[in-house]
Design a protein around this ligand. Structure first.
Ligand code: BJW
Length: 232
């Protein structure tokens, strides 16, 4: 069996990392147009660095939870049976990797990586970023930014994602509000392809009506239950 799992901020919520659109979510306190767009970065890079530096430190202090570990078990046990898990996350944190997942597709990039706008180099970057820092590759300052996908930018690996969706036997969306495209459109695409779909979330998402099945509750409870079910 080939499973395509799409994860969102809800999978890391119980690890203490904030979601975006809950009542007290990140976008209720921070302006996404200022902090998560290329135009916002051009206008005030220091403010954007401060926002992501804080989140990078929060991530380092957080630990993976039972939902991340259950998805690692799913990957391992599907592979042992000749199956596959395509784990596509919108999250920029590394909690899937720290739970042991070996192949994680970060469609919205990774906060522990930096991209140089001058030379295009992408590299691991675990410390703070700052405007005055120079790129270790080209030596120019002022061009380093978090290697994350902001509004108006094209997510990473869309061709590979589409191919994995086409090859999948199951599509599950976990902890995502279904409000950001193109990820929010995957369930409709899976439906067009005739793939059974399931939503696993705290509450019905914006696209809940498009899923064949649903399981509602905290991810640390629902994801282990989902994995047990998928493994039969
Ligand atoms: C729990 C739980 C628990 C809580 N257990 N569950 C109109 C105007 C302008 C733009 C657009 C437009 N229409 C469409 C667009 C495009 C735009 C878009 O979608 N905008 C919408 C807002 C309308 N999209 C883009 O610009 C994207 N690019 C694009 O479309 O390029 C064109 C293209 C595509 C494909 C091929 C070719 C061309 C880029 C989007 C980039 C999004 N970036 C962000 C920030 C990245 C870095 C960062 O983290 O800072 O990505 S925004 C933010 O939202 C972040 C997330 O990955 C993303 C999704 O959020 P997510 O994960 O769903 O979180 P929440 O908070 O929304 O939901 C959490 C869910 O968990 C909730 O449902 C809770 O109930 C649940 N939950 N606790 C289980 N314990």
């Amino acid at each position: 069996m080939k499973v395509f799992a799409l994860t969102g901020a809800g999978v890391s919520a119980e690890s203490g990392l904030g979601t975006f659109r809950s009542v007290d979510g990140l976008w209720s306190r921070f302006d996404p147009m200022r902090l998560a767009t290329p135009e916002g970065f051009a206008a005030d890079p220091a403010a954007v660095h401060e926002f992501y530096n804080l989140r990078r430190r929060n991530m380092a202090a957080a630990a993976p939870n039972a939902a991340h570990f259950a998805l690692t078990e799913l990957e391992t046990r599907l592979e042992a049976r000749g199956g596959e898990l395509f784990l596509c996350t919108q999250n920029i944190d590394d909690l899937h990797e720290r739970a042991g997942s070996r192949r994680v597709w970060h469609m919205h990039g990774e906060i522990a990586r930096a991209l140089c706008l001058h030379c295009g180099t992408r590299r691991d970057w675990r410390g703070d970023l700052a405007v005055e820092l120079a790129c270790p590759r080209c030596g120019r300052a002022g061009g380093l930014r978090p290697d994350v996908v902001w509004f108006g930018e094209v997510p990473y690996g869309m061709e590979e994602i589409e191919a994995a969706l086409e090859a999948a036997d199951r599509f599950v969306a976990i902890g995502t509000s279904g409000s950001v495209y193109p990820a929010a459109g995957f369930v409709a695409r899976a439906g067009d392809l005739g793939i059974p779909t399931m939503e696993v979330n705290l509450e019905p998402s914006d696209v809940a009506g498009l899923f064949g099945e649903s399981l509602y509750g905290p991810a640390t409870e629902t994801v282990p239950a989902l994995v047990a079910r998928l493994l039969g």
